[in-house]
Design a protein around this ligand. Structure first.
Ligand code: ADP
Length: 258
């Protein structure tokens, strides 16, 4: 089914015969399916916040504007949805760059302590809003990995951001790392809702969510873990997950040491 045939008659006597070339188009077909699926997902993801923005704006125009109690609420909702669209577009651009190999990485020695410190600063407000404790457990002596500093920051921002997002109030998020053979093993552990085993490999796929409604409500784009996986692979490493529903999650990132 996945073979395309092209045939050429040899010149001169018909008895000279025909040259037939078989092209395996399995890969082309797979790429085309992926493209179609991506376009369908993107359209769907864009439609939802746009529909909300339209509906809130229309409600304001139809009278809510004269109700000072409510109009600010509607403006807040519009801002929230616009922010969601913005994040979605940023994530889509990033995943397109990383997947196509066009992202220009500066692979060099990166101090993990420094990156964790930066990411904690980025996530402090979100953690404080939910009274979630951010705990850091660094190794006895600092570790340096061979990666791109911005890329590693994106990996950790996504994992720590998710850990906070999917952990109820008063929970705990711990980041620890150490050397394991010739790699660094970094863990982001939370005391959150956890992930059922059937979702473990799928959560790294584009737009896949274990719980669609919850992710959307929390402002998720469904692209974060896919970006994390691509970046880890681009740096010669990997990411995996240990989790059970109700027992929290631990994401493990392995990267080559300097
Ligand atoms: P999203 O933007 O929806 O958070 P991600 O790609 O970052 O998308 O994650 C994919 C899905 O994996 C999420 O929708 C959520 O269901 C699940 N998930 C990710 N991180 C966690 C976590 N720390 N705890 C529980 N579920 C998580």
């Amino acid at each position: 089914r996945d073979l395309a045939v092209s045939a050429t008659c040899l010149p001169g006597d018909p008895a000279n015969g025909v040259v037939m070339v078989l092209h395996n188009i399995t890969e082309l077909r797979r790429l085309e399916n992926l493209r179609q699926e991506f376009v369908a997902n993107v359209s769907h993801e864009l439609k939802t916040p746009l529909a909300s923005i339209k509906a809130f704006a229309e409600t304001l125009r139809l009278g809510a504007m004269s109700d000072p109690e409510n109009n600010l609420k509607f403006v807040d909702r519009i801002e929230e949805q616009a922010e969601r669209l913005h994040q979605l577009i940023l994530d889509m651009l990033q995943i397109a760059r990383v997947e196509s190999g066009e992202e220009a990485f500066e692979i060099t020695d990166v101090c993990v302590n420094k990156v964790v410190e930066t990411c904690f600063k980025h996530n402090t407000d979100a953690a404080e809003r939910k009274e979630i404790q951010l705990v850091v457990e660094p190794p006895a002596s600092p570790i340096t990995v061979y990666a791109d500093e911005d890329g590693l920051t994106t990996i950790l921002d996504n994992l720590i951001g998710n850990a906070i997002k999917y952990t109820p109030e008063n929970g705990r998020v711990t980041v620890r790392w150490h050397e394991e053979e010739d790699q660094m093993l970094l863990e982001v552990q939370d005391t959150g809702i956890g992930i059922a085993p059937e979702h473990h490999t799928r959560v790294f796929e584009r737009f896949y969510r274990a719980d669609k409604a919850r992710s959307r409500e929390l402002g998720g784009t469904g692209l974060g873990l896919s970006i994390v996986k691509h970046l880890c692979q681009a740096f010669g490493g990997s990411v995996n997950l240990c989790s059970r529903p109700g027992e929290g999650s631990t994401f493990q990132v392995r990267l080559p040491l300097s």
